[in-house]
Design a protein around this ligand. Sequence first.
Ligand SMILES: [Zn+2]
Length: 84
Amino acid sequence: MGESIHFSAWQEDDPAPEICPLCQEASPIFKYQVVPALGADTAQDLQGYCCLRCGQQLLATLEAVTLARWAAQSPGLRPKKTPE
Ligand SMILES: [Zn+2]
C-alpha cells in the first residue's frame, strides 16, 4: 500500500493547539496523520493538527508524490491532463 493521509475531525477533548502549527495563521480543524508506504525508507509517521488549507496542501503533496512515481515507473499510465 502506498502512503496515506488520514484526517479526523477535531474533537473537544483533543489537546489541539489554538493556531495551526503548519501555517501559523488559521485555527486547526483536523487531526492528520501521514502514514508512509509499506517498505518505505523513511518509516516516519507525521501527525498533528492542521487547518483546512493545510490539509489540502497535504493532499496536494501526496498527489505530487504519486504523479512523480507514475511518471517514473509507468510512462504509459500518465494522467491525460499531463502535457507531453
Ligand atoms: Zn494551516
